[in-house]
Write a protein that binds this ligand. Structure first.
Ligand code: HEM
Length: 129
């Protein structure tokens, strides 16, 4: 059994593995018509640089999973409130995340921990119903 003393960051394989997974995931969400049907999301997805976006999300995932990196971007509320993201768009985002994790064969235990981290941010990102 895996020791709980080993951080999720280490079990995922550190920054090189995490950056590879984020690379696939950001391409997937930035091209997802289910998300870009929200005009505010579509505008922002075409305004921000793809590589800058990947950089910030990589930094955040490394930090959130126990790596040595510090997240230097804006808070989840400040970077998403103006996008008016709905619960339905949130589900599409999770579906994209699942597809990326499956593509890289991330084990079930690590997937569950990643989903718990992502879900913890939902109240900051999704507008109230
Ligand atoms: C756990 C879920 C999410 C995480 C960890 C996340 C992460 C981030 C990060 C790190 C940034 C950059 C912040 C900055 O500029 O300093 C960002 C911005 C952005 N996110 Fe997310 N995000 C999440 C959910 C979503 C969802 C569900 C959508 C779309 C449906 C979305 C669309 C965007 C867009 C369009 C921007 C650019 C905003 C702008 O600059 O105007 N995000 N996100």
């Amino acid at each position: 059994m895996q020791s709980q003393a080993t951080s999720l960051y280490e079990r995922l394989g550190g920054v090189y593995s995490i950056a590879t997974v984020v690379d696939d995931f950001i391409d997937r969400i930035m091209d997802d018509p289910r998300l870009n049907s929200n005009p505010l999301v579509d505008e922002a997805h075409h305004r921000v640089s793809r590589s800058g976006f990947k950089y910030l999300v990589t930094e955040m995932v490394c930090w959130a999973t126990g790596g040595p990196q510090q997240y230097s971007g804006r808070s989840m509320h400040d970077s998403h409130a103006h996008l008016k993201i709905t619960a339905e768009e949130w589900e599409s985002f999770l579906d994209d995340f699942q597809q990326t994790l499956d593509k890289f064969a991330v084990p079930a235990a690590e997937q569950a921990e990643l989903f718990a981290i992502v879900q913890s941010t939902k109240p900051d990102i999704v507008i109230p119903a």
